[in-house]
Design a protein around this ligand. Structure first.
Ligand SMILES: [Zn+2]
Ligand SMILES: [Zn+2]
Length: 121
């Protein structure tokens, strides 16, 4: 009986230690997550402040891609696989032209589009 009792005690003690450890891990992780989230918020708010319409446009575009409502296509100019989304009109978030980095930059130079379009999708 005595033996069983001490085993149970040991198990209980062990469990508490385990809990303690995972809690420490969680706390540490949470701090890191918080930092990351803060950074994300900061970047996001900078973009939003600069151009809320653009931000909204890209949110909608990201969502459509995620949901499979929209698919990336090869570059409309040269057929390259790696493409960026180009918007002629930010009021129509899903009306995108897929262009590779090179053609995208060229397109902006030629058509004199606004600078600073967040092109990473
Ligand atoms: Zn291209
Ligand atoms: Zn563009």
């Amino acid at each position: 009986m005595e033996n069983l009792d001490s085993k149970a005690k040991y198990r209980r003690k062990n469990r508490t230690e385990l809990c303690q450890k995972s809690r420490e891990y969680y706390e540490k992780n949470r701090e890191r997550e918080k930092e990351r989230f803060k950074k994300y918020q900061k970047t996001r708010s900078v973009i939003t402040k600069r151009d809320p319409i653009k931000r909204r446009t890209y949110d909608i575009l990201h969502y459509a891609l995620k949901m499979g409502r929209l698919q990336k296509k090869p570059c409309g100019e040269c057929g390259a696989e790696k493409v960026e989304a180009h918007h002629e009109d930010y009021a129509r978030p899903l009306a995108v032209t897929w262009l590779c980095k090179k053609c995208h930059a060229k397109h902006h130079r030629v058509n004199n589009h606004a600078k600073g379009e967040p092109s990473k999708v």
